[in-house]
Ligand binder design. Structure first.
Ligand SMILES: [Fe+2]
Length: 247
């Protein structure tokens, strides 16, 4: 189940950090610029701003961002399905831990890698935004290693969509890793929650990864198309379309 800031917050690294300025520590200037241009900076500014221990999926509007700071939902250049086909599920894999820290930026550890910014929307099957939906992600570090034991829970996060269903996160491109006798391509695992109920488990892949063709779980419908900016950072968009809730 999603929880609220069990292992830290966007202001980690500053024991006295209570102001929003300190919450930007883990975000690079380039990401701030990119997010600002997408109208998504408010998502980061509000990440884990609640300190009342409430579940971000439980309906606290404060966790969903601020209308005034997140802009309109046309600003996110997502490449998700235009016809609102439900996002395909994909295997959870063995490394899900749950209780991920609430944050939008995961590039916090000084690892060498390629910066990645992913933005998009969380929608229901009727294409309506789900403003209180929670996206939980986990992925390998650039060297292809999962953090399965440290209290930092590296490269694991959960975040609430803003009032328009927008989400965004900044991280490093995951590395491929050996799974048995062959490599899995770079991928990001994702779970989507609405009202504390899990609605989807899937994985996102990267176009042109050399290992895509040998991995049985890879699907074209789960592919992140990305552009590379002048600094080499990858910018990708993906809209999640959740299946209808059971019952
Ligand atoms: Fe994985």
């Amino acid at each position: 189940m999603p929880v609220n800031c069990p292992h830290g917050s966007a202001s980690d690294g500053d024991a006295h950090g209570s102001g929003r300025g300190t919450q930007l520590r883990g975000i690079t200037r380039r990401a701030v610029t990119a997010l600002g241009s997408l109208g998504l900076l408010g998502l980061f500014l509000n990440s884990c701003s609640d300190e009342d221990g409430q579940d971000p999926a439980a309906g606290d509007d404060d966790t969903a961002g601020d209308d005034d700071t997140t802009g309109d939902d046309d600003s996110a250049s997502s490449t998700g399905p235009e016809d609102c086909d439900e996002t395909q599920s994909n295997p959870e894999g063995p490394f899900y831990a749950g209780n991920s820290p609430v944050r939008n930026h995961l590039n916090l550890y000084g690892d060498t890698g390629t910066e990645l910014l992913v933005t998009g929307r969380i929608l229901d099957a009727d294409c309506a935004p789900l403003p209180l939906a929670v996206l939980e992600i986990w992925h390998a570090d650039p060297a292809g290693e999962y953090d399965n034991s440290s209290p930092e829970m590296r490269y694991r996060a959960q975040m609430a969509a803003d009032a328009n269903g927008n989400y965004g996160f900044q991280t490093l491109v995951p590395g491929a890793y050996l799974d048995g006798s062959q490599y899995r391509p770079a991928h990001i695992h994702a779970k989507l929650w609405v009202g504390g109920v899990e609605r989807l488990t899937t994985q996102l892949y990267f176009r042109d990864d050399p290992y895509n063709s040998i991995d049985g779980a890879v699907s074209d419908a789960l592919m992140l198309d990305y552009s590379i900016d002048g600094s080499g950072a990858w910018n990708a968009g993906f809209d999640f379309v959740l299946p209808q809730a059971n019952g």
